[in-house]
Design a protein around this ligand. Structure first.
Ligand code: KG4
Ligand code: ZN
Length: 335
């Protein structure tokens, strides 16, 4: 039987990414971004991002095919992110995928970017299976999802305001740490001591709902009120507070839902203190298995898009009819 070769394409924000998977195994993953122009504005400029996708998309796809030792003729399906994201950026990915699909003569499937992040741990960890719990922490979303099966998701709780990544980026911006600031706050936090400043743990005892806007403001106020406070110490306190909220919510979910495994996904899942905190849950919960994706699979990439499509094809839920959807919500029921 011919192998299933999926070409994944991701362009929802600033990363132009392509990946090739063979029967669900990753053969190559290529990603290209250039923050220099965005940095001047302190955030992603949609027009700059979409124009760059146009310039580099084909080169990125071809590099992914070369690294996978495949050609267009080998591709049996194309998986592309169709939302949520920046409309101009999504359009470049979807238009490219549809054009290639016509030329190659293969189906084109739309993948929800959030579902890509949600299932990213399954690619590396073959032993991970549903039902499980996933903490999705990206720049635009923060949610706790009970994965009952591929395509069957129960959203236990979400942030009511800022996503965790957004709070990281805003704190970083205030402290002059550049953009995107998440990785820098993460790096600084490892050098600091959280005991110098106490920050709140918002909604710690409120079920699965979360809120990070107040914590972000409290962090900024603490910086103003204590000019002598080292940036590293402030970052350490901020990261400790977010991680305590996130792990408390995870703990509540595994206890109340009787789950024996946990995974994480999204850009903030690349944060080492968060990865350590989640893995640490295994020390206090007998029999619990925790999984974190490789760091390259946390921030936006096309491997997770191709892999989500592979799982959806196996489950019979892959979408071959779709439109670009900038505000696409996470699929699933809300608890
Ligand atoms: O998943 P992602 O690449 O894009 C979205 O779908 O939003 O997540 C981007 C977010 C940004 O807020 C970025 O600052 C954050 O992930 N991030 C990190 C780290 N790497 C990226 N936050 C904390 N520690 C990191 N190492
Ligand atoms: Zn993302």
């Amino acid at each position: 039987m011919k192998p299933q070769i999926i070409l994944g394409i991701e362009s929802s924000c600033d990363d132009t990414a392509a990946a090739v998977l063979r029967n669900g195994a990753l053969l190559s993953s290529v990603s290209s971004t250039d923050m220099t122009e965005h940095e001047r504005y302190g955030g992603i400029v949609p027009e700059i991002a979409s124009r760059r996708h146009e310039r580099v998309m084909m080169a990125v796809i071809e590099e992914a095919l070369v690294r996978a030792d495949t050609t267009y003729a080998d591709v049996s399906a194309i998986a592309v992110t169709y939302g949520p994201g920046l409309v101009g950026s999504l359009l470049v990915g979807v238009a490219t995928a549809r054009s290639l699909g016509l030329v190659i003569g293969c189906p084109v499937y739309g993948v929800n970017h959030l579902e890509g992040h949600l299932l990213s741990s399954f690619l590396e960890h073959q032993e991970l299976s549903a039902p499980t719990l996933c903490l999705l922490v990206s720049g635009g979303h923060t949610m706790l999802v009970h994965i009952r099966a591929v395509g069957d998701y129960e959203i236990l709780g979400e942030t009511r305001d800022d996503a965790v990544g957004e709070a990281y980026d805003k704190v970083a911006r205030y402290l002059g740490l550049g953009y995107p600031g998440g990785p820098e706050v993460d790096r600084m936090s490892k050098l600091g001591d959280p005991s110098h400043v106490a920050l709140p743990r918002p909604m710690l005892h409120d079920g699965y709902e979360m809120s990070f806007s107040g914590l972000k403001s409290a962090t900024v106020r603490a910086a103003d009120a204590n000019p002598g406070l080292a940036v590293q110490d402030l970052c350490a306190s901020f990261v400790e507070a977010t991680n305590e909220v996130l792990t408390t919510k995870i703990q509540r979910a595994i206890t109340e839902h009787g789950l024996d495994s946990v995974c994480i996904g999204g850009g903030v899942a690349a944060s080492q203190p968060l990865r350590d905190a989640v893995m640490g849950l295994m020390d206090t919960n007998a029999g619990l298995r925790c999984y974190v994706p490789p760091r390259s699979m946390c921030t936006d990439n096309a491997a997770m898009i191709g892999f989500a499509c592979h799982l959806q094809l196996a489950a019979g839920t892959a979408l071959d009819t779709f439109e670009v959807a900038p505000n696409l919500p996470m699929v699933g029921t809300r608890a």
